[in-house]
Design a protein around this ligand. Structure first.
Ligand code: S3P
Length: 444
């Protein structure tokens, strides 16, 4: 049996009901973990990272830099020590760099590798190989990069080295932190200034971390700029817990009557807190305490107690701030009183799966009236006393779909069985154990 067949076989079986209780720390932030490896590798000096996410996606980034000659110790209980090689110190990898399921690795590395003196090939699994890459390869080409894609603009990506890059001003057509970060990383190697303007605020970890490594980033409203030719200086990075992983417990505790959880040391960068804003608008009982800054990123403990939720029209300006949390939010909507309407979220169709269609299909299996639209969903929630149905749903190898439906079981009338859950390890290793310890009746 090959590896893929083995990983395919993970199935979650979640018995219905229960409540969530306890204090827990979910694994490290995926976005910040990726960036810590990238900038730590290109820095001068030794960077120590703590709280690093030991999930498959961040490990794909780590392996890629090892393959390019960077000495990286760990990860050991979230500790990684990176011996930076400087901006020009990466070496030609022996073969293609496999990014697995990770869009962030592929898109950010594509920018960074455009500025190297050697050729590279970026590959990924079947999901990643179907995701749109022209959103990065086209603006990179404007900067002078030469990158080959398939005819339909997907991976494998062949990034040609030794191409002189020049800075551009790019107005992003989609609100994407991956595109913004890709171009800023290429901009480090470009002659002149690279500026990226976003149509709506997206996560700004790249800008913050570049500044933390001593690289000046000019930010003016929706525009971020870097001047090429600078250098990065090693620094230590403490990665907060991932709000995108915490989101499953925020929704679970909200919908399971009698629940009370404290999520510790969660990153609450305002470009990531859409899930808190949306759940609060739905009536959720969420309080933040112990708010402080860690290495340029705000963190807090988040307490969530169950509360009756109501359906809302989700404000479109919250969409990029909660872009990864919609699978969980759809489950919240199914348990809320009345209609929840999401618009302006077409991007969900090109994530690890088509999250609009796949969530609608699974919610139908659980008896929920969920109508997918081109750019969102309309969900009729049953309200505080309602039970969802039960049944077997497909995660389509999408980690966040699997975890969202696991939480749905808290309000189901019978077991929820979820197929193809191996990719939960891409972002949330240990999910089953942590969720079970908190009260979810899950087994794999
Ligand atoms: C990410 C940006 C988002 C998000 C992804 C991580 C990042 O993607 O969905 O999980 O780390 O920059 P887009 O920028 O494509 O929206």
């Amino acid at each position: 049996m090959n590896e893929q067949n083995v990983t395919k076989s993970i199935v979650f079986t979640v018995e219905p009901g229960g409540t969530l209780h306890g204090e827990l720390r979910v694994p490290g932030d995926k976005s910040i973990s990726h960036r810590s490896i990238m900038l730590g590798s290109l820095a001068e000096g030794v960077t120590e990272v703590t709280g690093f996410l030991e999930g498959e996606d961040a490990l794909a980034t780590l392996r890629a830099f090892r393959d390019m000659g960077v000495n990286i110790e760990g990860p050991d209980k979230g500790r990684v020590v990176i011996h930076g090689v400087g901006m020009r110190g990466l070496k030609t990898p022996a073969g293609p760099l496999n990014m697995g399921n990770s869009g962030t690795s592929m898109r950010l590395l594509c920018g960074l590798l455009s500025g190297q003196r050697f050729n590279t090939t970026l590959t990924g699994d079947s999901s990643l190989s179907g995701r749109p890459m022209r959103r990065v390869t086209e603006p990179l080409a404007e900067m002078g990069a030469v990158i080959g894609t398939t005819e339909v603009g997907t991976a494998p990506l062949n990034v040609c080295g030794d191409q002189p890059l020049h800075g551009i001003q790019f107005d992003m057509p989609v609100a994407s932190a991956q595109v913004k970060s890709c171009l800023l990383l290429a901009g480090l190697y470009a002659v002149g200034r690279t500026c990226v303007t976003e149509p709506a605020p997206t996560r700004d970890h790249t800008e913050r971390m570049l500044a933390g490594f001593g690289y000046p980033v000019q930010r003016d409203g929706a525009t971020a700029c870097v001047e090429g030719g600078g250098k990065l200086t090693a620094t230590n990075v403490e990665v907060p817990a991932d709000i995108s992983s915490a989101a499953f417990f925020m929704v679970g505790a909200s919908i399971a009557s009698g629940s009370d959880v404290l999520l510790e040391h969660v990153g609450v960068n305002p470009t990531r807190t859409g899930v808190i804003n949306i759940l609060r608008q739905m009536g959720a009982d969420i309080t933040l305490s112990n708010e402080h800054d860690v290495g340029g990123e705000p963190v807090a403990d988040i307490r969530v107690r169950s509360a009756p939720l109501k359906g809302i029209h989700i404000p479109e300006d919250q969409v990029p701030l909660a872009i990864d949390e919609f699978p969980a939010l759809f489950v919240a909507a199914a348990c809320a009183e009345g209609e929840t309407v999401l618009t302006g979220a077409k991007e969900l169709r090109v994530k690890e799966s088509d999250r609009i269609q796949v969530m609608a299909d699974g919610l139908h299996t659980l008896g929920v009236d969920a109508r997918p639209t081109e750019d969102g969903m309309v969900i009729q929630g049953g309200g505080a006393g309602c039970q969802l149905g039960s049944g077997r749903v497909k995660s389509h190898d999408d980690h966040r779909i699997a975890m969202a439906f696991a939480m749905a079981a808290l309000r189901a009338s019978g077991p929820v069985v979820i197929d193809d859950c191996a990719n939960v390890n891409t972002s949330f290793p240990g999910f089953v154990g942590l969720a079970r310890g908190t009260g979810l009746k899950i087994k794999d």
